[in-house]
Design a protein around this ligand. Structure first.
Ligand code: CA
Length: 235
């Protein structure tokens, strides 16, 4: 497993890499002390997970997150100095998957890293029909790839999870709590911004692809739904 830690503070880097080493002794841990180098390594080193600090000497972690999301759907865990909701929401909206508040204990780091990886792997290994196909839309549940009109749709790992739950329940309302529980776990029920920020990112992403225009996204009191409209219904 390849882990990329984008952080200029060597003390923090040591704690993070030591705790990861406890759980994954064979992991290859790389450090990028600047944002620019981090973006470059995210592209070339094919990391399985990126741990990203907000405070960096050149470009900040938000900019790094947004640039990485331009070409990769690697899970990103952000490090924030305190439980600053604004920072957290901004990070989530830019495509981060989770966050850890500094200073943290190694066990906490491990639990978070484990949870993120488990979530990503679970969706991909789920033993359901491997291919969902309706009209121009094709979702391959085996590798998490989404295509519309033969064009790939790039979704971050958490957006993919939400999309997965909505599309496998197409036309039905999926309750907020059920989405939160299955994606993050019950302990995230008190952090509704996790879901709302990712929902708005998913909507924005889908809107960026004109070939997904027959997907109708609806938001109501009960939760969210995604409906596939046939071509005839579009007019
Ligand atoms: Ca830093």
């Amino acid at each position: 497993m390849n882990i990329l830690i984008i952080e200029d503070d060597m003390d923090i880097f040591e704690v993070v890499s030591l705790s990861l080493d406890m759980r994954w002794p064979d992991a290859n841990v790389q450090n990028a002390p600047t944002g620019e180098l981090g973006v470059q390594l995210a592209k070339t080193a094919e990391p399985d997970v990126v741990i990203l600090d907000i405070g960096l000497p050149d470009i900040d972690g938000f900019e790094v997150c947004s640039r990485i999301r331009g070409f990769s759907s690697v899970p990103i865990v952000m490090l924030t100095v305190r439980d600053n909701r604004e920072d957290v929401i901004k990070g989530l909206e830019l495509g981060a998957d989770d966050y850890i508040v500094k200073p943290f204990k190694p066990e906490e780091m491990l639990a978070r890293g484990n949870a993120v990886l488990r979530r990503i792997q679970m969706t991909h290994l789920r033993d359901v029909e491997m291919i969902f196909r309706q009209g121009d839309l094709i979702v391959n549940f085996r590798n998490g790839e989404v295509h519309a009109n033969s064009e790939p749709i790039r979704l971050g790992p958490t957006e993919y999870q939400i999309f997965y739950h909505l599309i496998t329940n197409a036309g039905r309302v999926v309750a907020r709590q059920s989405l939160t529980d299955s994606i993050w776990g019950e302990e995230y029920r008190e952090k509704p911004y996790f879901l709302t920020s990712r929902i708005s990112r998913l909507k924005d992403t889908l809107q960026g692809y004109p070939q997904t225009q027959n997907l109708a996204f609806q938001e109501g009191e009960g939760g969210y739904s995604l409906t596939l409209q046939s071509r005839d219904q579009e007019r």
